[in-house]
Design a protein around this ligand. Sequence first.
Ligand code: SF4
Length: 395
Amino acid sequence: MNRLNTQTEFSDKKPKYLTRLHQVSELGDNEREQLADVNDKFIFRSNDYYNSLIDWNDPKDPIRRIVIPEVQELEEWGQLDASGEEEYTVAPGIEHKYDSTALLLVNEVCAAYCRFCFRKRLFMDDNDEVTKDITGGLAYIREHKEINNVLLTGGDPLIMSTSKLEPIIQKLREVEHVRIIRIGSKIPAFNPMRIYNDDSLREMFRKYSTSMNRIYIMAHFNHPRELTPQAIRGLTFLMESGAIVVNQTPMITGVNDDPKVLGALFNQLSFIGVPPYYVFHCRPTLGNKPYTMPVERAYEIFEKARTFCSGLGKRARFVMSHQSGKIECVGMTEKNIYFRYQRAANNQNSARFMVFKRNPEAYWFDDYTELVDDGSVWGEEFEDAYEMDDMMNAV
Ligand code: SF4
C-alpha cells in the first residue's frame, strides 16, 4: 500500500487485522525468519490501515518502530511489571494507587500492539489482572467515596463494541462520587474509522459526557505522522460528541526522540485542540531496551521540543510512572536533577520535591542514588486524603 493512497483507501472501510508476521507482505522472508523468536515471546498485532502509514523503504521508519518487532527485544533487560501495578490491584480488574483515581482494566486487546508497551504482561497467556466481569470493581468503587475519577483501560476499551462499553459507562455514571470517566485509547491512531463510523458511540458520549461530569479520552499519538486525515476526523468526532480529548505518549527511541519531531507532535495536537498531557519516560519493561534511553537525555529532548511550541503546545509534563507515584522531572542543572511527585501512592509524598546528583547513566528513578535534598518538610503537610464533600464544604 502506498502511503499516498491511505486517505482515499481507508476513509470508510474497516481495516484488516494482521496477527502473524507472514501476513505483513512488505517484510521479506529473511526478516520474518529473524523476527520469529521475538514474535513467539511478545505478541504481534497490527492492521493494514496502520501499516499503510509506514515507509517500507526506510528500515528505521518511526511508524514501523511502533508496531513491527525488533530482534533487540530479546535482550534480557527490564521487568514485566516495571511500575509494580500488580501491587495496587485491589480486586480482579481494578487498580487503586492514588486516592482519587481508580483503574478498571476492562479488556486485554488493542487494535495493534506497541512494541514498547508497559502492559505487555496482560497480553500473555497466564495473566489474570483483567476481568470482563466488573461487578467486583464497581462494588469497590462504590465503597470508596474518595474515588472521583475512573480510568477505563486494558488493553484498549474502544476496541470493544459500543454495546459492550456503554453498560460499563452507564454503571459508573450511577455512582455519584465518580465525576470523571477516562478512557485510555490508541484507537484514534490505530483505527480511527472505528470511531467516526459508529453513530452509537457519538450517542453514548452525548449521553454520558455531561456538562458537569465529562468523559475524557486519553489518546495516544506518538508521532505526528499518525495524525492522518482519518485520525483528525476521529478526534474531531469525539470532541464534537462531548468528550474531552488529551494526548499522552511515551518517549521512544527512533520514534519521537528528536526535539523537532516531538515539537511537531505537540504543535499539531495543539492546532487541532488536543492538549499534550503527559510525556512518559519509557518504562524499563522487559523487552524495552531498544526503545528506551537515559532519563536525562529524554528530559533534554523534551525541553528542547517545548522551545518550538507556543504555550498551548507546551502543556505536557515529563514523568516517570514509578511504583511509588508519578514523578515529574522539573529541571536540571550542571550537577543536579530536580524531581517532584505529580501523584503519589503514599500521601506523605504528595508534591514532594527531590534533588539528586545527576546520573547520565540512569534509565529510571531507582538509578538516582545521591540525594541532595529530600523535600521532606513539604511531605508532612499533605498527609490526608480528601473526599469531594470535604473539599466542597471548604469552599
Ligand atoms: S495501546 Fe497502550 S496498552 Fe495497547 S499496546 Fe499500546 S501501549 Fe500497550
